[in-house]
Design a protein around this ligand. Sequence first.
Ligand SMILES: Nc1ncnc2c1ncn2[C@@H]1O[C@H](COP(=O)(O)OP(=O)(O)OP(=O)(O)O)[C@@H](O)[C@H]1O
Length: 434
Amino acid sequence: MSRVPWIIKYRPKSLNEIENQDDVKEQVKQWMDSWLKGKPEAKAILLYGPPGSGKTTLALALARDYKMELLEMNASDSRNLTAIKNIAERAATSGSLFGTRGKIIFLDEVDGINTKEDTGAIPAILELIQKTKYPVIMAANDPWDPSLRELRNSAKMIEVKKLGKYALKRILTKICQNEKIECEDEALSSIIDLSDGDARYAINILQSVAEGYKKVTKKLVEEISRRKESELDPFETLRSVFWAKYAWQAKNAVTSSQVDYDLLIKWFSENIPLQYSNMEDVWRAYDALSRASIFLTRAKLSDWGLLSYVFDLMGPGVALAEKGKGKPGWKAKWVKYQFPQTIQLLSKTKETREMMNSILEKIGKKMHSSTQKVLNDVYPFFTQYYNEKMGEKLDFSPREREYVINLRGRREETGEQPEEKRTKRYYKRNTRRT
Ligand SMILES: Nc1ncnc2c1ncn2[C@@H]1O[C@H](COP(=O)(O)OP(=O)(O)OP(=O)(O)O)[C@@H](O)[C@H]1O
């Protein structure tokens, strides 16, 4: 059911195909040539500019033109921190640019790094840049945050300006011709005005209108964009999807929702069995939803282009799971939708989680580690050996001190096996075996 998103299908494959950005292309090529000559003018470049101006496209096209492999990673996802460190290790020692197949390392969204939580991320990237034997390209929308100063200093900064109206017009016209869709000239102009230089937005609007209505007129473009502006709350989103008769209605409902996608999955998950009474319909809806969840994770990890599949599966996938939908005699069931249980549970424990996070952050700050690392490697031992002096040094509030002490007290009282003991036993057992 899912079709390839046009932003991927029509992504330029070579620098020559990229519209505008001549100055950027020239600078990037010069930089690459300096690497090939063995004397890089800078080890890394930082491409910065508004969304949809072609930063990722430039990196991909450059790699293709130079017949290199692009190692692409989203820097803002803390789960990639270890991967960045590993790459730093390998990039320092292995291969040459000319070997079997050279590599370019591409770190997207460096401005999305949470420098407070992931204190290790910027140092890891700096180390990578210092040691690397491969060219490094970074991308950001807004690189001017003070926390990115060192990154800025360690890279050649290249500005990617937003796309002009003529460039956007050429991109859209080409797609219309290729897809053989009827596109009114006025419709394209209004898409271009709405997108304000963002090619991704422009192409996505074009695709939504074309797929929904098979033609692109000014009136339809305005209708879709208006609908996008008036966002749906979770109840309206669910109703619009479950009651949709056509795939495009369900897809529009999902893309116009004000609820973020992770949360929307929880809303659907809670309400599918309320809406559908036939077990096979329920099964099909959950099947589509679970796939949406997989694509969402992959989109966040590697390529936001995959979001389109999330919309297809969460919207039309769930909507058309009901057999006989839209046929004569079919009528949508009116249901009172429920708030997701998991969120209710989470909000009940919100206070505790916030306290725990604050404790982990304070420890992490002292140890220059991420909260995740502190939670896994340090916290179990920390609670065991905690004393007042440590609380003072870490600047714990009285409530945080009480929390850590109570946590230990409760374990001693209930005889609950403390995690640290389990960890130690596990460690001993495993080291003995080896
Ligand atoms: N200069 C361009 N010429 C042709 N197509 C372009 C150009 N810039 C962007 N596009 C189209 O827009 C899509 C989105 O662009 P891209 O992902 O490169 O933007 P970006 O600048 O990396 O955005 P973000 O900052 O949000 O990551 C591309 O897949 C491509 O189809």
